[in-house]
Design a protein around this ligand. Structure first.
Ligand code: FDA
Length: 303
């Protein structure tokens, strides 16, 4: 009870923390602010046996100029990955590509990015954002699949609707899915709030995807219990290596990711970079109130 009160307080105070202090603690979750920094991180990960997916940080673009800036950065990333022959794709947020203010523009830009990625044999993952855009995001994904192959969606285990969404993707033969718990704050009518229920949903969706012969499943979690369960499922069902991978965020659970690699699994690391790192960092810090609490106590400590 007390610790959840402390966590809530920390979460509420975070936006007041000075940016340089947040940056100090966020550094581990972010490759840097430039394309060169992202490429260097991908190079290190590849050398250690991991593949990567690069995310140009940004969300909720409000103007064509913002969308074009993100598009140009993604194109630069794709060209740089190609030139350096690195093992990585990209992850995009549709709100960053204009979904909320110009859905047509969003589709055109996504189309351009997937075409460019496909030409280099790379994959584009469409991240899933909050529930106000779930339906639209899945619709854009379906549309993208009618035009290109190397593009995938994300399913959030905390959403009550996810079982239906998985079944629909399986029925249409386009279940190329990253399964994660879900990071946004959602209403109880829409999302499970109890961590046990979220975990149950994660396990059940994973079984549904494997049993439904999903095209590909990316198991995106750092939860050791869920990972152990997933490993059992993979062994029981003899899922071939080309049908799944594990995924983790940069800077999180590095010991666990080494272990998965040693067990012979493929593992992809999500590598975010860019100037717009604050919203992403605040979400990561809210997930890990120990670090957040450290920031706040630093802030309050007399100098
Ligand atoms: P959980 O939160 O229970 O964490 C398990 C353990 O991992 C913790 O006990 C802790 O040890 C460690 N851990 C987790 N977060 C940490 C942190 N920030 N710092 C340090 N340790 C930490 N969500 C979404 O809504 N849409 C999306 O598109 C994506 N995409 C995505 C891609 C990838 C590759 C990953 C791994 C995750 C996402 N997510 C996401 C985020 C996801 O929904 C979820 O919020 C986080 O992965 C944390 O949940 P876990 O499954 O790791 O479990």
């Amino acid at each position: 009870m007390r610790s959840s009160f402390v966590n809530e307080t920390v979460v509420r105070l975070l936006p007041l923390v000075p940016k340089p202090l947040v940056w100090r603690f966020s550094r581990r979750y972010i490759a840097g602010t430039s394309v060169a920094a992202a490429l260097a991180e991908v190079g290190r990960l590849n050398a250690a046996g991991f593949s990567a997916t690069v995310d140009v940080l940004g969300e909720d673009s409000r103007s064509v100029a913002q969308v074009e800036r993100s598009r140009d950065l993604y194109l630069e990333v794709l060209a740089a990955l190609e030139a350096a022959d690195l093992d990585a794709g990209i992850s995009v947020k549709l709100s960053e590509l204009g979904l909320r203010f110009d859905p047509g523009l969003c589709r055109r830009v996504l189309d351009e990015l997937v075409a460019k990625a496909a030409a280099g044999g790379r994959f584009v993952r469409i991240d899933m954002e909050d529930s106000s855009v779930t339906t639209d995001t899945l619709e854009v994904y379906r549309w993208a699949r009618t035009r290109h192959q190397p593009v995938g969606a994300v399913i959030q285990a905390y959403l009550r609707r996810s079982e239906r969404d998985v079944d629909a993707l399986l029925a249409d033969g386009i279940a190329h899915v990253r399964l994660c718990k879900g990071i946004y704050r959602e209403a109880p009518e829409l999302a499970f709030q109890d961590p046990d229920e979220v975990n149950d949903s994660f396990r059940s969706l994973l079984a549904r995807l494997f049993d439904g012969d999903a095209e590909h499943v990316a198991i995106a979690t750092h939860d050791a219990g869920l990972i152990a369960h997933a490993e059992e499922m993979l062994a029981e069902r003899r899922v071939p290596p080309e049908r799944y991978e594990f995924q983790m965020l940069l800077g999180v659970a590095e010991g666990l990711r080494e272990r998965l690699l040693a067990h012979g699994h493929r593992l992809r690391v999500y590598v975010p970079f860019g100037d717009l790192w604050l919203a992403y960092s605040l979400r990561r810090l809210k997930e890990n109130p120990q670090i957040a609490g450290h920031i706040i106590s630093n802030l309050l400590r007399p100098r």
